[in-house]
Design a protein around this ligand. Sequence first.
Ligand SMILES: C[S@@+](CC[C@H](N)C(=O)[O-])C[C@H]1O[C@@H](n2cnc3c(N)ncnc32)[C@H](O)[C@@H]1O
Length: 299
Amino acid sequence: MLTDDLIGALRCPLCAAPLARAETALRCPAAHSFDLSRHGYAHLGTGRKLPEGDTPAMVAARTRTLPTLYGPLAEAVDHELMDVFGGVFPPWHRDQQSEGAPLVVDLGAGTGFYLARVLEGWGEAGGLAFDVSKAALRQAAKAHPRAGAVLADTWGTLPLADGCADLVLNVFAPRNGDEMRRVLGDGGLLLVATPTGDHLGELRAALPLLKVDEAKERRLPASLPQFRQTGARTVRWTMDLSREQALDLVGMGPSAHHVDLSGLGGQLPDRMEVTAGVFLSTWTGRPLPSRPAGRGTRR
Ligand SMILES: C[S@@+](CC[C@H](N)C(=O)[O-])C[C@H]1O[C@@H](n2cnc3c(N)ncnc32)[C@H](O)[C@@H]1O
């Protein structure tokens, strides 16, 4: 639910001023107004054309798949957060100016599955899920009682105050290093999950799917010059899938945007074992020379 505390971290996407609830909208002092959808998310688009997000069919496949097949990744996220901070969870030493509850921001959050899991382990924290897919945001808005959902293009300027986030999550989603660094508080943590080269390899061998970029892992530091890497682990597990589950895995992924998936079921056996591989890395922000004024500071 988008509580007033969470709204306190949001900024007007047009003029960067703080936003406040005004009936069924969020409004800034300059009277820029943004709808609060009846499905529970805030629409903070700037009016520019938005990138294509996941379709309702992709989101439905993701909703069926993550709780049954992606538990090992959610557990690995928990472990990584514990390890980086010596087993103390929540681990952040928040600076003295920090006000309000800690904030977790999930960029390209999809259904909010991982955000909800992190909030579950972190009693006081609130969470904001950002995505451009309305179908995903409907799910994310109800993923956890302390989570709110926001429609915004994460390639653009995020409608968030400088340094408002204690933890930024980026799981299988677009990465905008400059903006992730701007919104992460000093001493906060960025956690990134990317597929390994062999992720869903057996499905890729059987079907005409998009390839995973094998150099992605190596290129990650170069794509995040604003951050210093503090930890990494590779998580691999085997999934014993029915044909329907295999099709859901394909249907929730990027190939669903590019490949006609109808009729692919005939190319798959009744059951098959498929490898999942994810590279999890954690990062802290490099010092910022000076924060440009304009988007406010912490809540
Ligand atoms: C592969 S899904 C991952 C979702 C979620 N993190 C998970 O792992 O379950 C990528 C998500 O990023 C969203 N997305 C793609 N481009 C985006 C953009 N420019 N801004 C915000 N979200 C975007 C998609 O709609 C989709 O929900």
